[in-house]
Structures are given as C-alpha cells and as structure tokens.
Design a protein around this ligand. Structure first.
Ligand SMILES: NC(=O)C1=CN([C@@H]2O[C@H](COP(=O)(O)OP(=O)(O)OC[C@H]3O[C@@H](n4cnc5c(N)ncnc54)[C@H](OP(=O)(O)O)[C@@H]3O)[C@@H](O)[C@H]2O)C=CC1
Ligand SMILES: O=C(CO)COP(=O)(O)O
Ligand SMILES: [Zn+2]
Length: 344
C-alpha cells in the first residue's frame, strides 16, 4: 500500500511547502507543473517559497493531461536533474506531474488549488494518449498540501464536483460487492467500509457545503483523502470507481463538451443507484443541496448523449463487472434517465 507521508489541510498551507520539503529531505532542484490560471493562483507563490530556502525551481505550465505533456515534463526533469516534482493546480497538472515523477523515479508533491476529485491524493493518473484517456498506475504523492484559503476561492463548481466524486463511492461499493458475489473478485471489507462511510458522512453534511467557506473545503478535502486511502488499501480504484465512473468516462468519449469529472460521476451515481434498486432520491437530493448538477440540462450535455453513454458504459472497462453487466438496452436507458429526472 502506498500512502502519502504528510497531508496538510488548512489556511495558509502554501507557506508550509518549504518546511515539508526540508522535513522530507527532497533535495535542491524542484520542477513545478502548473496550469495557465493556477500558475498565478499558487504556482508562483510555491516557487517563491522554495526559492527563499535556496531551492532551484523551474515552472512548467501544462495545457493538457496528455502523454506528450508527460514526456515534455520528463525531458525538463532530466535536463535540470530535478530531485522532485510538484503538481500545483487542478486535476490535469497534478496527473501530469504525478506520472512524470513516477517515470523519472523521483518524489512528487500534490498541491491542489481545487478539491474537484480524489486524484489529488490517489496513486493513479488519468492521461490521454491517441485520443483515449486511460487511468495509469503511478506513485502516490509523498505529501499533499491543501490550502483551504486558496481552494475556497476557486469556482464553487469545482468543490461541488469533488462532492459528486465522493458520493459516487456509494454505487462503486455496491458494484464491487456485486462483482465479489457473482465473480468472486477480490474484495476488501476495510476499503469498502471506508469508502462507503466517507460518502455517507458527506451526504449527511450536504447542507454544510457552501461557497467561499474554508470549513466546507476542509470537509471535502478530508473526504477526498479518505477515498484516496480506500483506493490505496484496495490496491485499485474499485472502492471509488464503478458503473457511475464508467458512465462518466463514456460521456467524455461521446459528448462534444463534457462537464467536470465529479459532476458527471454524481449524475452517474443517481442513475446507477436506480439500477441497483437503491435510494437514488437520497443521492439526487444531497447533490441538489450541495449545488451540484442533477440533470443533463444542468450538466450542459444534450439528452441524446446521456442515453448513448448509458448504453455504451459497460464497454469502457469490460473486465470490471458492475450493475451494467453486459449492457442495458436503449429502451431501458430511457426509462432510467427519465424516471430519475436526469433527462426530461
Ligand atoms: N488521477 C485520478 O485518479 C483522477 C484524475 N482525473 C482527471 O483530472 C482531470 C479533471 O480535473 P479537474 O480538476 O476536475 O478539472 P481540470 O483539471 O480540467 O481543471 C478545471 C479548471 O479549473 C481551473 N482551476 C483550478 N483551480 C482553480 C482555482 N483555484 N481558481 C480558478 N480556477 C481554477 C483550472 O485552471 P488551470 O487552467 O490553471 O489548470 C482548469 O481550467 C481530468 O483530466 C480527469 O481525467 C479525474 C479523477 C481522478
Ligand atoms: O476517479 C477515480 C476515483 O474517483 C479513479 O477512477 P478510474 O479508475 O475510473 O479512473
Ligand atoms: Zn472519480
């Protein structure tokens, strides 16, 4: 099991980055991977903090989470003989830094500027190659530094998406239990219990998730860390990724303008909970209270793409058995999407 050694969550945590690097004895050459917006929000501040303690820093602004970008970053890391990498920003910057550090065999620090999904903590990187996005095994971050002040200023949509990613543990665990019963797949009671408990605590705290509040950010970041730990215990993303994630991955392939990962997973959870015969209204209501999308219209995706994604979701990861089994018919897809109000 790989777990982060240090997890810092709180106000003004960007100011602690040098202390963390010195405690972990990470070395003198650092490469920061950041995004176009997040460079100014946190990337430069992190660079200045490190430079003050004599660390040599290079900043790379990354546009996409592609294999080409990972190779670019590895090339820079080789040229500057970097001792460690830092992913400062959103999911894409963190994934590029995570995989480049793993392949270059150096430690990696995750410094999210938004709490939009559990990839900020996990040992997996979602990378696009030849038009396909795959989730690749990577090293877990050596440390996670989540500055709640910075994250609270991010667009609220990103925090609400993070809640959707956490709530999706509900159907991921049901799918995992089903696969265990029907196909005897390896199952971890500890990982499943942690993932379910994390989602349930968040559902119960739905009315505490509000814009511009550091206390809300703290709840969401802790839940994302907890989901990440569940995946580490399981040795796979099973406790946090089931049929609802397959639906989101299918939408990414099908929809011309996909929404955020956590937003799509949240809606996927409503749909898949209906198929499981569970309390899908509880999921929908929690997402509504939080302010996350619960309909195709709110997601900004046309109904026809929702239906196509539902019918094609089972093809995404055929080896991962879920409630979708060998697939649902277009008629059945229409019933589930209409009954749950996802399409109207
Ligand atoms: N590794 C894993 O296990 C997982 C990985 N993923 C992957 O992560 C990616 C999605 O990540 P997600 O974070 O949802 O979206 P993006 O990485 O697409 O980021 C969304 C946008 O938010 C901006 N942003 C981030 N923080 C702030 C802030 N504080 N203020 C203003 N803008 C901000 C980003 O700016 P900027 O342009 O600077 O980046 C970016 O434009 C996908 O590639 C997905 O496949 C998803 C789930 C799990
Ligand atoms: O997003 C994830 C968990 O929330 C990771 O899942 P995947 O393995 O489907 O990429
Ligand atoms: Zn996810």
């Amino acid at each position: 099991m790989q777990l982060p050694r240090d997890v810092l969550v709180g106000s003004d945590m960007l100011g602690k980055v040098s202390d963390v690097c010195s405690d972990l004895q990470l070395g003198r050459n650092a490469l920061i991977v950041t995004g176009q917006k997040t460079r100014d929000i946190a990337g430069i501040k992190v660079a200045e903090e490190l430079e003050e303690t004599g660390i040599n820093v290079q900043i790379h602004v990354s546009g996409s989470a592609s294999m080409e970008e990972v190779e670019n970053v590895m090339e820079i890391a080789r040229e500057m003989d970097t001792d460690f990498l830092l992913g400062v920003g959103s999911g894409k910057s963190i994934d590029v830094a995570k995989l480049a550090a793993t392949r270059h065999n150096v430690p990696f620090l995750s410094i999210p500027t938004a709490a939009s999904h559990d990839g900020i903590v996990s040992s997996r990187a979602s990378i696009t190659h030849n038009g396909e996005t795959t989730s690749i095994q990577a090293s877990a971050p050596m440390a996670v530094i989540a500055d709640t002040e910075v994250i609270a200023k991010a667009p609220f949509r990103l925090l609400a998406a993070g809640c959707g990613d956490i709530i999706s543990n509900c159907t991921a665990v049901l799918d995992w239990q089903l696969a265990h019963r029907l196909q005897n797949v390896a199952f971890s009671e500890y990982a499943a219990a942690l993932a379910s408990m994390t989602a349930n605590i968040l559902i119960e705290s739905a009315d505490s998730i509000k814009p511009d509040l550091e206390s809300s950010v703290r709840i969401v970041v802790k839940a994302l860390v907890s989901s990440g730990v569940a995946m580490s215990i399981a040795g796979s993303s099973r406790p946090a990724s089931g049929s609802e994630h397959m639906f989101s991955h299918a939408l990414n392939r099908i929809a011309p303008n996909p929404a955020l990962h956590g937003e799509q997973c949240g809606i996927g959870t409503i749909l898949m909970m209906y198929l499981h015969g569970g309390d899908w209204k509880e999921i929908r209501d929690a997402l509504r209270i939080i302010g996350a999308p619960t309909t195709a219209h709110e997601l900004g995706i046309e109904d026809k793409y929702i239906l196509q994604a539902l019918v094609e979701s089972h093809k995404i990861r055929p080896e991962r058995y879920t409630i979708l089994g060998t697939g649902i018919t277009p008629d059945a897809a229409e019933v589930v999407a209409r009954t749950t109000g996802v399409i109207s």
